[in-house]
Design a protein around this ligand. Structure first.
Ligand SMILES: Cc1cc2nc3c(=O)[nH]c(=O)nc-3n(C[C@H](O)[C@H](O)[C@H](O)COP(=O)(O)OP(=O)(O)OC[C@H]3O[C@@H](n4cnc5c(N)ncnc54)[C@H](O)[C@@H]3O)c2cc1C
Length: 394
């Protein structure tokens, strides 16, 4: 990336990015490209491999292409075929076309994160196993204290730390002011491909509940998911044992492979549980602090657009800073103006997706509705991706 890096000096040179998943490393790439000095702090002690599958739509592929990563990402495509809807006895009663759930391209989230990390690690400082603890901004910058490391000053701080963003909590307020629960909880975990599936998935649905298994990594592994409808539940977000108990209670007595999957869940090494939710903010920035990706405008898993938003948001934010010579006030406003209509459409998709999520036995009409949201037929307006030229080089 050094060949194309702009040799410009800007205002607001140093940028701390909280979160090293999708939005964070992408922003680090583009900030470095434009001549800034980003640092990424990631709470996890190391890169998270594997994870669930995420897909990309439209211009997000363009961002990856401009980073020179598209071919590499294509090589990691899960190549998922159509999936089978099955009843309690495991009999297939309908087919769900891959185009509905796998986007233009689908990869495991951990594979994407690793690729973004590898593309930036030589040029960007990464700090793993730490988190912002406090933020104190003044006219010239932000004093940041960390849970473990020594305090440091940065010119700007970006919260790319996901749905439960610490940056957002510190700069804007408690998360229940901004998170809108979509009425669905999801658990995802890894397991052996014991069903012997080949590039496909099986989906089972009961009223207010759904479970599925999809293959991963050339059919050597699988990922299973449980989804259930519920209003806001109280639980400790840092206690996976209680999450497993909640899921087991909800799915007790269900048919298909559910009893076996519940056992697999108990011993799974990778386990994720969270509410499906959106983030709604009146503004994405507060002074020198700005939010990016799920932290600022999560559209929810049912939108299928979160990864695309993270990639595009990072590209636009870095580009606006560069063309405005680091003037954060003007750049943050321009970034927000560009992102808002795009985010609004995705959030609408996320809400609609959540409303029709639980389908005991989907009719052709419902499957057609799902197909209408497939990438080639999306109603989402394309976002404009300018070729940003840093002010000093223009
Ligand atoms: C079940 C599920 C399925 C999904 N499927 C799709 C899909 O098919 N297509 C799609 O486009 N999107 C999908 N998404 C959404 C997608 O995963 C997110 O929109 C995307 O990952 C957002 O990227 P991000 O970098 O903004 O946030 P995240 O990926 O959430 O990353 C946040 C990062 O910040 C780190 N972090 C958290 N707190 C701190 C802290 N205090 N300090 C430092 N670091 C911190 C986290 O460890 C993490 O690495 C799905 C999401 C879920 C939950």
């Amino acid at each position: 990336m050094n060949e194309t890096q702009s040799q410009t000096k800007t205002r607001n040179q140093t940028v701390l990015i909280s979160g090293g998943s999708v939005a964070g490393p992408t922003l680090a790439y583009w900030l470095h490209h434009h001549g800034f000095t980003p640092t990424v702090v990631e709470r996890a002690p190391r890169l998270r491999d594997g994870g669930y599958a995420v897909d990309f739509r439209g211009e997000a592929l363009d961002v990856l292409d401009r980073m020179g990563l598209l071919e590499g990402i294509r090589a990691l495509d899960t190549e998922m075929g159509d999936a089978a809807l099955v009843d309690a006895e495991g009999r297939q009663y309908a087919t769900l076309p891959a185009a509905v759930f796998a986007g233009d391209l689908e990869v495991l989230k951990g594979d994407l994160t690793r690729m973004l990390y590898e593309a930036t690690r030589e040029d960007v400082e990464y700090v793993f196993g730490d988190s912002i603890a406090s933020l104190e901004q003044d006219e010239d910058g932000v004093l940041v204290s960390f849970e473990h490391g020594a305090p440091r000053r940065f010119d700007l701080v970006v919260g790319a730390d996901g749905l439960h963003s610490r940056t957002r909590a510190l700069a804007f307020g408690p998360e229940d002011e901004f998170i809108r629960h979509l009425g669905i909880y999801t658990a995802i975990f890894n397991l052996d491909n014991y069903l012997g599936l080949k590039n496909t998935g099986h989906l089972y649905a009961a009223p207010g509940k759904a479970a599925n298994v999809f293959t991963a990594r050339d059919n050597t592994e699988a990922r299973a998911a449980f989804h259930f409808a519920a209003d806001h539940l109280e639980y400790d977000r840092r206690d996976p044992a209680s999450h497993r108990r909640i899921v087991a209670e909800r799915f007790a007595g269900e048919g298909w492979e559910v009893p076996r999957l519940l056992k697999e869940m108990d011993t799974a090494q990778e386990f994720f549980f969270d509410s499906n939710a959106q983030v709604e903010m009146d503004t994405y920035s507060a002074g020198r602090i700005v939010l990016l990706g799920d932290a600022g405008y999560c559209a929810g898993p049912t939108s299928g657009r979160g990864t695309s938003q993270a990639l595009i948001g990072a590209y636009v934010l870095a580009g606006e800073l560069a063309t405005r010579d680091g003037d954060h006030t003007a750049a943050f406003a321009a970034y927000e103006q560009q992102m808002r209509p795009y985010v609004a459409e995705h959030q609408a998709l996320g809400r609609e997706g959540a409303e029709r999520f639980f389908m005991p036995a989907p009719t052709q009409e419902i499957l057609d509705m799902l197909a209408a949201n497939a990438p080639g037929n999306t109603r989402t307006e394309p976002v404009r991706l300018p070729d940003y030229i840093p002010a000093a080089a223009a």
